[in-house]
Design a protein around this ligand. Structure first.
Ligand code: MLT
Length: 278
């Protein structure tokens, strides 16, 4: 079971998990979720690792980084800022040792910036269902439209649309009958529309990290989901080939949220990877 804690960082409250002993394993959630998406990994790895997982600012029960009077239409949560915020957070919980950084999707986008800006804090990278490439023009435009729409109409449209893409089983008749899908749907519904908008704008502004892959000198494990259309496994496999020291694992019968859809396969891939580093 994971117990959440809270602390104040720059006067803003952060909700997080910090459990277990051993080498630090930092779990960084995707968009627009929170650390509850890692519940199976928190339970599994806390017996061998110090498992740390914050809800990023504005997501879950963490307060946004900026005061709410900023203009919601231009507010952007950039991957650079989030990477710097993670280091401030690690300092605040006195985690100075380099971390195994495990990020899913947006968490992975932030991971490339974490390497570029704070390489000395990294021991390895687990890049789950994520991309190194930046958005093309079509995706970028789609994000800006989605950002404007959520500010006007709230989170329901995005919650309903996203679960179909996040989960292999969500195209069943009643996806919300499946507990973990209903929980993720609820998490998205509860997210402040201004944070969803700022996240979309931030992701649309991210820079291409593909050329960095051959320079990253810590081991990388790429994990894809067989049916993932947001971050296609074929692209992740090419990233693994382009990287200096990487491997790729494709998880069958999964879409985008592999840690929740196929926890045993996900945990076993990560465990093997971490055992080989230790
Ligand atoms: C995520 O899971 O973090 C998002 O789907 C990423 C994205 O929209 O590119």
């Amino acid at each position: 079971m994971s117990l959440t804690k809270t602390l104040k960082l720059n006067d803003r409250s952060v909700n997080y998990v910090d459990q277990g002993n051993g080498p630090p394993l930092l779990l960084v959630h995707g968009f627009p979720l929170d650390h509850s998406m890692w519940k199976n990994q928190i339970n599994f790895f806390q017996t061998s690792h110090r498992v740390i997982s914050p809800a990023l600012p504005g997501f879950g029960a963490s307060e946004p980084m900026t005061a709410s009077d900023a203009d919601p239409a231009t507010r952007s949560l950039t991957m650079e800022r989030l990477a710097d915020w993670l280091v401030e957070f690690l300092d605040a919980i006195d985690c100075k040792q380099p971390v195994h950084y495990c990020g899913l999707s947006m968490g992975g986008y932030i991971g490339w910036q974490f390497w570029r800006r704070h390489a000395s804090r990294l021991k390895s990278i687990i890049a789950a269902n994520t991309r190194a490439a930046k958005d093309d023009e079509l995706i970028r435009r789609g994000r800006h439209m989605a950002a404007a729409q959520v500010r006007v109409s709230g989170a329901r449209l995005i919650a309903d649309a996203m679960i179909k893409k996040l989960f292999y089983l969500a195209n069943d008749q009643n996806p919300l009958d499946i507990d973990y899908i209903a929980q993720v749907h609820q998490t998205i519904l509860a997210t402040d529309p201004n944070t969803i908008s700022a996240g979309q704008i931030g992701m649309s502004q991210r820079i291409d990290a593909t050329a960095w892959l051959s320079e990253i000198n810590v081991p990388i494990l790429f994990i894809g989901g067989e049916f993932d259309t947001i971050t296609p496994p074929e692209e992740m496999q090419s990233n693994a080939i382009a990287a200096n020291n990487a491997e790729f694992k494709n998880i069958p019968s999964a879409s985008h949220l592999t840690p929740l859809e196929q926890p045993a396969a996900f945990n076993s891939a990560v465990e093997q990877f971490l055992d080989n580093i230790a």
